[in-house]
Write a protein that binds this ligand. Structure first.
Ligand code: FES
Length: 365
């Protein structure tokens, strides 16, 4: 029996259809959220499913799934509690919040309580430093938490309640959140309008109002257009821009042959910063030194590296790092996703999901 429901397969088709046929691998990130919504983590079967529908190999999918912390590699609780212990939150007490929760729940980083309700994790900056210390539950924010407040939240969750986050929609389970992260709307009635923005977020607006600063022509009641309306407006804007284009200029006169002018020979000032110079040397078609190319010795005495053929250096790098492969097409072939999806469905129907084994690095065997 296949792991993934027909609804998930239908959603997979919908996700893939959002991308151009020759760019189908771009659908991998939402597809990983989708398979996580079904099982609570990215299982070996989930990796296999993504690989098959996108025409990738499992190593390629595993490499992406293990790079991002939002893709979980083992079964996760209904509620993922992430406590920010990064610099700003830490000085404001974030570590204390984390330690209190860890001791109370009896779990450490990336561990789940025995009742399967709560997974606890340290998080790096959650991009809400002005509300620190912060924690999130399934990526919804609880601002300015202290140890007692955080304990109250997890206890309510364990008792079956759903405390309201400080901002944003009301809580859902991690699996439900994964559906939204895959790009599907939160269909709970009025959930999105549950919570307004926090005062720290509005601080800039308040200051602008106080000082009479506004954006010319800004209408806060501008309606959000449907896709059809937006497409129509874009087409009209394009037509207007085309009509407003000036007629092509006449062929410029060819410069006269050198006449022995006495004008000084002006040379562009060479004021490029060292960073720009370094970036330029990374251009694959540059004919200058590539300091980080394989085999290049970067001198430590401040002298520039010896010039070398950058294209040869790039070829050497490619030869030293052959792409992993299991014989499957690397994807992006037109029609590959449809064919692979069909094959995956046929194979799953006949043989079940096909147990794959996750190694420690997440690469599937
Ligand atoms: S340091 Fe915690 S949100 Fe930025």
């Amino acid at each position: 029996m296949t792991v993934f429901t027909e609804e998930t397969r239908e959603r997979a088709r919908e996700i893939i259809a959002r991308y151009p046929a020759d760019r189908s691998r771009s659908a991998l990130l939402p597809l990983l959220h989708l398979v996580q919504s079904e099982e609570g983590y990215v299982s070996p079967a989930g990796v296999e499913f993504c690989a098959e529908v996108l025409g990738l190999n499992k190593a390629q999918v595993g490499a992406v799934a293990t790079f991002y912390t939002m893709y979980k590699r083992k079964p996760t609780g209904d509620y993922l509690v992430s406590v920010c212990t990064n610099t700003m939150c830490n000085v404001l007490g974030g570590q204390e919040v984390y330690d209190t929760l860890a001791e109370h729940l009896g779990v450490g980083h990336d561990e789940t309580t025995a009742d399967g309700k709560i997974t606890l994790e340290h998080a790096e900056c959650l991009a809400a430093c002005d509300y620190g210390p912060v924690m999130t539950v399934n990526y919804d924010f609880f601002d300015n938490v202290d140890p007692q407040g955080a304990l109250g939240v997890v206890e309510e969750l364990r008792a079956g309640g759903r405390p309201m986050p400080t901002r944003g929609a009301r809580l859902c389970t991690l699996k439900e959140m994964a559906v939204q992260l895959a790009g599907f709307a939160d269909e709970r009635d009025g959930a999105v309008a549950d919570g307004g923005p926090g005062e720290a977020t509005l601080r800039g607006l308040r200051l602008a109002e106080q000082h009479g600063i506004s954006v010319p022509g800004f209408d806060p009641n501008t309606p959000i257009r449907s896709k059809a309306e937006a497409d129509k407006a874009a087409a009209e804007a394009k037509a207007r821009a085309e009509a407003a284009k000036p007629a092509p200029a006449a062929e410029p006169a060819k410069p006269a042959a050198a006449t022995g002018s006495t004008a000084p020979d002006v040379k562009a000032p060479d004021d490029k910063s060292p960073q720009v110079r370094t970036a330029e040397t990374r251009q694959p078609d540059a004919r200058t030194a590539v300091p980080d190319a394989p085999g290049t010795k970067v001198p430590t005495d401040g002298a520039p590296p010896a010039p070398r053929d950058a294209q040869a250096a790039e070829a050497a790098g490619a030869a030293a790092n052959p792409p992993a492969g299991d014989g499957k097409p690397a994807g992006d072939e037109a029609g590959a996703q449809q064919r692979n999806l069909k094959e995956a469905e046929a194979g799953a129907g006949a043989n079940g999901a096909g147990p794959a084994v996750a190694s420690e690095t997440g690469v599937q065997k």
